[in-house]
Design a protein around this ligand. Sequence first.
Ligand code: PLP
Length: 372
Amino acid sequence: MVDLQGQYAKIKGEMDSALQEVLASARFVRGPEVTAFEEELASYTGAAHVVSCASGTDALQLALMALGLQPGDEVITVPFTFVSTVEVIALLGLKPVFVDVRPDTFCMDVTQVESAITPRTKAIIPVHLFGQCVDMEPLLDIARRHNLFVVEDACQAIGAQVRFSDGSPHTAGTMGHIGCTSFFPSKNLGCYGDGGALFTQDGALAERLRVMANHGMRQRYHYECVGLNSRLDTLQAAVLRVKLRHLDEFTAARQAAAADYTAALADLPAVQTPAIAPHSTHVFHQYTLKLEGVARQPLMEHLSAAGIPTAIYYPVPLHLQEAYVSLGYRTGDFPVSETLAQCVLSLPMHTELDREQIQYIVRILSQELQKS
Ligand SMILES: *Cc1c(COP(=O)(O)O)cnc(C)c1O
């Protein structure tokens, strides 16, 4: 699904010397490399403040901790996402409340949010799934009217751009009170291990996040709140500084691959290619098809036999997972998420896909679909 070896080969010179410098400095946690990366990412995204941490999951958890939510408070999000979004809500004793996603963009259906708000609702977590942003302008308007926090899960959408109706440009993660991203190796900006970051425009909130991510400690061995040990390794910061310099090229390569797929798949009636929302660019963390009237499992096996990996993101929506039965949801509650779980299929998507590979994938896929 991804070709991290091919990507490393292209940037090996730069990467190896960046890593050597960290090894020679023998500073492995925080330090100037981490600060420099935070500043560079802030200037890339337009965020006023970037606070790095140990993973995207930790970023989401730190965000909810910093907002001072109380056990039992409700947080609105979607069941069609990676588990972390919902896991952190549950871990903190908060209550996940779901709304469904849209069948075209797979992102939160913002029109369902207002009716899910109760007196206990405190926050909304929109998930910018597969690389494009939720329709943030109406969502931010709802949040303002109901005095709710917005924490963006931008783990899959770093660099995606949104234009508001007043013409102002924004990037994924910088529109809500806090934005969260992940540097897991397969993400669009991936390090060589785990890593994550938080974005905020609010200096006081940034300071609170920074303290919380380091054991609640401001002054050495004085703890002002219960925190986490969640820091970005210096080696990972060095990796990310190199990769951030290439992120625009990486994104362009993904977008070009997606455009090639979409053009080549246009005439296949059994597949629906990804829809791009009018309000957001798409950075194609995943290239995800909807299949119509196709047996998915045998198709995946045939593709695999031809050397083509595919994946299902996500096979079971979170409201139907064993871990979350206590929330009391049932089959039928979120029909769009449930249908998508049955019919989506993600094709290989990464920065090293070339035309020839895409043509091969499309040729085999078309042959298999014509057989079925
Ligand atoms: C990857 C991901 C996360 C978690 O990030 P980690 O760095 O793996 O902890 C959270 N939400 C979404 C939507 C993700 O894709």
